[in-house]
Every structure is written in structure tokens, then in C-alpha cells.
Design a protein around this ligand. Structure first.
Ligand code: URA
Length: 284
């Protein structure tokens, strides 16, 4: 009886954790984050990235090492944290520097529940950049965007218009997995926005494809829902000097739940193909 009581208690603790989004093991050994965050308060701030060396982007990109707790995240006011994100992102002069700066950015709490900083995959010189929402469990484990079921669907959609990860570049608005795959909060989005905006400027694609509500609303500064705005070309202005044609489309994870809507995505992807072909024709 005592054994049954104990396993019932364990089951209810596990159930509680799963509902709170604690649904996978990040490391082989447990971490006492409460103790670490107390210790972190007495530590010096993490060193800033130097911009020297660094990893390359693309399929062979090295996923970032697991995050370590911050020296000051719990006490940084929101506006100060957003300002520090803007300054950090603006200081990056190359994509590799941006990757390093992001890996050293400690003011977004999402990073402390994530195993990896998921930066990008594909070819940073590609004409087209695809931007999703945030990594899920598989992406967090592998440190690469769109490698789970939604990513496999994205790969098939790319293939249908003659693209793959050598001819496209893929990233997300948020580089850390939100617990339990919840939607990122407005503050989390504002903290990550400067990095994705800088990422687009540095990659300088000819076209961006915004997959789903979060990337569309964030980058086009619109409140329109994805079902109403998808399929219509907009212009994305990552800064006052840059205009990039942007195609909002449905998120592949939504298509997995609503396969009948794939016909709409097909139209959007064909539109992207036509635009890429005409841009290539102009530069010949
Ligand atoms: N969904 C996203 O938006 N991004 C990923 O990388 C994976 C799933």
C-alpha cells in the first residue's frame, strides 16, 4: 500500500511538471537551478563576445553549449534588457559575430530552460530566408531549426519549389525553446527582435518568408492574423535603409494539424518561386 501511495505521489509530481512544460531531460545529470541562481548573484557578469573566430553557419554548424545561469537576469528591468539586446545585436558585424553575441546574451530567461541556442541552418548567402517562431523539443536537442516533424514537412515544401537547405537559410524569431512549446510572451519577442532583425540585415536575402503568426506579426508590425494576411506580398523594413519583399505564409506545424490548408501554402510557395525566378532574371 505504501508503495502504491508513493508511486501515486510520483505520478502526480510528474504530471505537475509536464503541465508546467518540463517534459524532457536536457542533460544526463540533474542541475539544481535554485542553488545556481543564488550563486550566480555573487558572480561577475558573463564576458562579452569578442567577435573573433567563431563557428560557421549551415548544416555543420556547431550548436551552442548549454546555457549557464546569468549574473543579473532576474533584476534587469524590461526596457534596460531590450536596450541591451539592441546594442548587442547592433555591434555584430558578421553572422558569426551575431551568433557569438546571442550565445552570450543572458537577459532572456528562456535560455535557461533550453539546452541550446538555436541560431540558424542552411546557406546564409541564399536568396531566400525562412523565419519561423521558436525551436521545439527536437530543435532544442539538436541545436538546429526545423528538424522535427514540422521541419521535415518544411523540407518537403522546399523541395517542391526546387529549394533545399543549401539554397535557403532558416531561422526563428526566438532562438530558445519556450517551456512546453508555449507561445513566446511579448517581452520575450521584444528581447529577441533585435537579433533576428540584425540577422536579416547581415544575411541580406532577396526575399523573406514569414511562417506563422509570431514571425508575421513581429516583423511586419501587424495585428492581422496569418489566415487573412498570408499569400500577400508585403515589404519588410529591418532598418530604414532596407526593404525586403516578404511573403507571410502558414506555419508547417499548423499544416500538420490542418493538412487541408496545404493547398494555401502551395500557392504561397509557388509565389515565392516566381518572385525568386524574376529576381534572378533581373540580375542576369
Ligand atoms: N517550429 C518553429 O517555429 N521553429 C522550429 O525551429 C521548429 C518548429
Amino acid at each position: 500500500m505504501a508503495g502504491a501511495g508513493r508511486s501515486g505521489e510520483l505520478a502526480s509530481i510528474l504530471h505537475f511538471y509536464a503541465e508546467a512544460g518540463v517534459d524532457c531531460a536536457l542533460n544526463d545529470t540533474p542541475n539544481d537551478l535554485f542553488r545556481e541562481s543564488l550563486q550566480a548573484k555573487t558572480r561577475a557578469p558573463a564576458p562579452k563576445a569578442t567577435g573573433q573566430g567563431g563557428s560557421s553557419t549551415g548544416r555543420n554548424a556547431r550548436p551552442s553549449p548549454p546555457a549557464t545561469p546569468p549574473a543579473r537576469s532576474a533584476t534587469v528591468p524590461d526596457e534596460t534588457a531590450v536596450d541591451s539586446a539592441r546594442q548587442a545585436a547592433a555591434g555584430a558585424k558578421t553572422i558569426d559575430e551575431l551568433r557569438e553575441v546571442l550565445a552570450g546574451f543572458n537577459d532572456c530567461n528562456l535560455r535557461f530552460g533550453a539546452k541550446n541556442t538555436v541560431f540558424a541552418d542552411g546557406n546564409p548567402s541564399a536568396d531566400v530566408m525562412f523565419i519561423g517562431e521558436a525551436p521545439g523539443r527536437d530543435e532544442d536537442r539538436q541545436g538546429l531549426p526545423f528538424v522535427g516533424r514540422a521541419g521535415q514537412l518544411l523540407d518537403r515544401m522546399l523541395q517542391a519549389i526546387g529549394l533545399d537547405r543549401t539554397t535557403s537559410y532558416i531561422t526563428n524569431i526566438i532562438p530558445w525553446r519556450p517551456p512546453g512549446n508555449r507561445t513566446p510572451t511579448p517581452l520575450e519577442i521584444e528581447l529577441c527582435r533585435p537579433f533576428v532583425e540584425r540577422h536579416v540585415v547581415l544575411a541580406a536575402p532577396k526575399v523573406v518568408v514569414l511562417m506563422g503568426n509570431v514571425s508575421t506579426k513581429t516583423l511586419l508590425n501587424t495585428t492581422r492574423g496569418i489566415l487573412s494576411i498570408r499569400g500577400t506580398w508585403s515589404t519588410y523594413h529591418p532598418n530604414s535603409d532596407t526593404d525586403i519583399p516578404a511573403m507571410p505564409t502558414l506555419h508547417p506545424a499548423y499544416l500538420l494539424r490542418n493538412p487541408v490548408q496545404k493547398r494555401l501554402s502551395w500557392q504561397d510557395f509557388l509565389n515565392v518561386r516566381i518572385r525568386l525566378d524574376s529576381l534572378a532574371g533581373e540580375s542576369d
